[in-house]
Write a protein that binds this ligand. Structure first.
Ligand SMILES: Nc1nc2c(ncn2[C@@H]2O[C@H](COP(=O)(O)OP(=O)(O)OP(=O)(O)O)[C@@H](O)[C@H]2O)c(=O)[nH]1
Ligand SMILES: [Mg+2]
Length: 369
């Protein structure tokens, strides 16, 4: 569990002032008071919108103020009411002032009133009396309410990264998301899981979990063990990170990881998954001395490796990825025993990062349970 939180200022509108005015007309001497009332200030509402799942649109926009009421005018004209302001938040957002929970926004329903706008002041007409027929007094509008609040959204990871140590998991998270995990060229840099939010558009994002590396025998306690897999038990999708520059072959990495996951929980092995081949930019050892394009060696290894899944993955025409034929079109589900997609990526050169972001997001949409 991880919490995204933003601090913002909200204030409802101030009420407009009442007017001090007297009737002026031809042939009417000393007309009575006719100052109109000020308009009410705008309210602040919260509204839950299921189409958004992130607080990221609050970053860079910190002050939310509803409009003030307009002042009253002569001839008993009332000032216009200030416009309300509706703040849209994803379901599950909690609103705190200091540490006090003010609102818990779970269910999508009509907008919820949070701060009421200030009342408009009364014009001087209201103050005439038998003893004071020319009141020169009108009320000022009441001030709006100002609050500094914190919005919090509890997140559960959507995508969990699974890979050997030092394969570039944290680097990927640091580039795709807002998280800043520690990165270093040695094994077991990451000791505790952390989460990052990957923005897809202004209102859409998903959460990716960076966890420590897994090695063969982890289920018996080798390396950091498997206890931390608890953190990705509830993710909807797993991304296996297989390192192209590792001394272990792709097959060895994949089968070991699969076997270790199985030891931890059978549930996890039934989860839909994709494969990312990391460090695509590195020189391929086998072809280093040849003059052909450096990534060709990697391509060959990737193709060789993908053969283990039979011929169910086909090259996507528009990107470098290999994807399962979209069998949902024919009413048949994906085959979850093989990857939904496989793609070579370099976090250093940025190659195919956008395709990866898109593939992850579209897989999550397909498995939106
Ligand atoms: N050339 C190249 N190097 C990379 C790439 N991604 C990561 N690295 C390097 O690989 C090393 C390990 O990266 P990390 O992101 O710390 O790896 P990790 O999988 O999080 O490792 P652990 O936390 O130990 O499990 C670092 O030196 C990175 O700079 C890449 O795409 N290309
Ligand atoms: Mg790491």
């Amino acid at each position: 569990m991880f919490v995204d939180s933003v601090e913002i200022f909200v204030s409802s509108g101030k009420g407009g002032e009442g007017a001090v005015s007297f009737r002026r007309e031809k042939f009417v001497l000393n007309g009575g008071p006719d100052g109109g009332d000020g308009g009410k200030g705008g309210n602040i509402y919260f509204q839950i919108d299921r189409n958004t799942d992130t607080l990221s649109h609050f970053r860079g926009h910190k002050c939310f103020k509803a409009q003030n009421g307009q002042p009253g005018q002569s001839r008993n004209k009332h000032g216009k009411k200030g416009d309300d302001l509706v703040i849209v938040v994803p379901p599950g957002t909690q609103i705190f002032e200091e540490d006090k929970l003010l609102l818990d926004l779970l269910e999508e329903k009509d907008k919820i009133l949070f701060l009421e706008g200030g009342k408009g002041g009364l014009g001087n007409t209201h103050f005439k009396s038998a003893t004071n027929q020319r009141p020169t007094y009108a009320q000022k509008g009441l001030l709006g309410i100002e609050k500094k609040i914190r919005l919090e959204l509890k997140l559960i990871a959507d995508v969990g990264l699974v890979g050997f140590p030092n394969v570039g998991k944290s680097t990927l998270v640091s580039i795709l998301s807002n998280a800043k995990p520690e990165i270093a060229n040695y094994e077991f840099t990451t000791l505790i899981p952390s989460l990052g939010i990957v923005n897809v558009s202004d209102y859409q994002s998903f959460v990716i979990a960076d966890i420590p590396g897994i090695i063969g025998g982890a289920s018996e306690g080798k390396g950091l063990g498997l206890e931390f897999l608890r953190h990705i038990e509830r993710t909807r999708f797993l991304l296996f990170v297989l390192d192209l520059a590792n001394y272990r072959t792709l097959e060895e990495q994949f089968t070991t990881l699969k076997a270790e996951l199985e030891c931890f929980s059978l549930e996890l092995t039934k989860r839909p998954f994709g494969i990312m081949f990391s460090k695509l930019d590195t020189q391929s050892e086998s072809l280093a001395e040849e003059s052909s394009a450096e990534s060709q060696g990697h391509q060959k290894r990737i193709l060789e490796f993908l053969k283990t899944f039979g011929f169910h993955l086909e090259k996507n025409e528009h990107s470098a990825s290999f994807v399962q034929k979209n069998r949902r079109d024919f009413g048949v589900d994906y085959d979850l025993s093989i990857p939904l997609f496989a793609l070579g990526v370099s976090s250093v050169s940025g190659e195919n990062l956008e395709s990866l972001r898109f593939l992850l997001y579209s897989c999550l949409k397909d498995f939106n349970v």
